[in-house]
Design a protein around this ligand. Structure first.
Ligand code: CA
Length: 375
């Protein structure tokens, strides 16, 4: 009953369509004569992206590659981004200055490497006993985090977006057992960010080596212990050939965010649609990297334990409780550094407190309940 009128109106449209199409073409032609045809005069951009990762390093370096590829694909080649591994254009720890100074338009890193620039950068990366991956994404997108990050980075001529996450990391590789807090005393350990500062308070000697330098340092005994990421990335570096014990959980990095940083002048020179493309390519990379780590960590853990005989060990409740106490002081002290650090700390901490109550009865309760069924 309803088909006839629809068919009839469709036929009616088809009969009129050629006329309508011609009219549109005429209108189009008129518009092109009167105005500059924006499609044909669009400027192409070629950007460089420097990274703190070895070129093509699994997960992190390949994540940066994927981000560049996505931007190129989404823009139909209008914005091409060429990726440089650590040391190719600037050193790993020179990424921040390289992008701020315009050597490259873009960088891929993690913000806690830049604590020497501003202490508050660390909140946009990882905080000991802080936010998990999904919580930090929540804070950045809906909790005021991105606005604070924009304010902080604007001071350096930069713009940043989250662009990857490792999920919960491992506690690290040790050449001796950690049974009590005193065992950290005198330990030489690689650990960046606030976690490193916590260890310093426990009388450890802390180093902030870039990824590519860790294996050699651990193998030669220049350091006694290191953290890096988790099974997937740690297996790639071969740390099991240099240390005996693999501790969990990674209290210092509960969901480390990667960043795409962009030189602000370069960012502002992009037309709005390309800015949207960069923003959404970062968002896509952010989600994709976490999916990759989530999948590959389980596979790599099995290889480490079953093939390489790695000894998994858990930090005791006493050790974790004491580290947590020191961490609270260390994180809290940042608030006193300057007004912006205080604002970032307050926002992060409020979000954390609010998250804890629901996470406790959702993610935490569920995974503990699931573990009961695995016993
Ligand atoms: Ca780490």
């Amino acid at each position: 009953m309803s088909e006839k009128p629809i068919r009839s109106s469709r036929r009616s449209f088809l009969r009129k369509a050629p006329l309508a199409a011609s009219a549109a073409l005429v209108a189009c032609g008129q518009a092109q004569e009167g105005n500059a045809p924006s499609i044909q005069t669009r400027k192409n951009f070629k950007w460089k992206m420097v990274t703190t990762w070895p070129k093509d390093f699994p997960g992190l370096g390949t994540g940066a590659n994927r981000l560049a590829q996505t931007i190129g694909d989404m823009s139909g080649g209008q914005l091409e981004v060429k990726v440089y591994g650590a040391g190719e254009l600037v050193p790993a720890m020179g990424v921040f200055d390289g992008v701020a100074g315009g050597t490259a338009e873009m960088g891929h890193a993690s913000a806690y490497y830049w604590k020497g620039k501003h202490e508050a950068t660390q909140f946009f990366s990882a905080v000991p006993f802080g936010l998990t991956a999904q919580e930090i994404n929540g804070w950045l997108s809906y909790g005021g985090g991105q606005e604070l990050w924009d304010e902080l980075y604007a001071g350096f001529g930069l713009k940043a977006f989250p662009a990857g996450n490792t999920g919960v990391q491992m506690g690290g590789w040790f050449n001796r057992e950690i049974n009590a807090l005193d065992d950290f005393s005198g330990l030489v350990m690689r650990m960046p960010g606030l976690g490193g500062e916590v260890l310093r308070r426990l009388n450890a000697t802390v180093q902030n080596l870039p990824g590519g330098e860790i294996f050699q340092a651990l193998k030669t005994g220049a350091i006694d212990a290191t953290e890096w990421v988790g099974p997937y990335n740690d297996l790639a570096f071969g740390f099991h050939q240099a240390a005996k014990y693999y501790y969990w959980p990674g209290w210092h990095e509960p969901g480390t965010a990667m960043e795409a940083m962009i030189n602000r002048t370069a960012w502002e020179s992009l037309p709005t649609d390309l800015q949207h493309i960069v923003r959404h390519a970062c968002q896509s990379t952010n989600e994709n990297m976490l999916a990759e780590f989530t999948t590959r960590n389980g596979v790599a853990l099995k290889t480490l334990v079953e093939k390489h005989g790695v000894q998994l060990k858990r930090f005791s409740d006493d050790v974790l409780t004491e580290i947590g106490r020191v961490a609270r002081d260390v994180v809290g002290e940042i608030a006193a550094k300057d007004p912006l650090s205080n604002s970032v700390y307050a926002s992060f901490n409020a979000y954390r407190s609010q998250s804890v109550s629901y996470t406790r009865i959702s993610e935490e309760a569920y995974t503990m309940a699931r573990a009961l069924t695995e016993a």
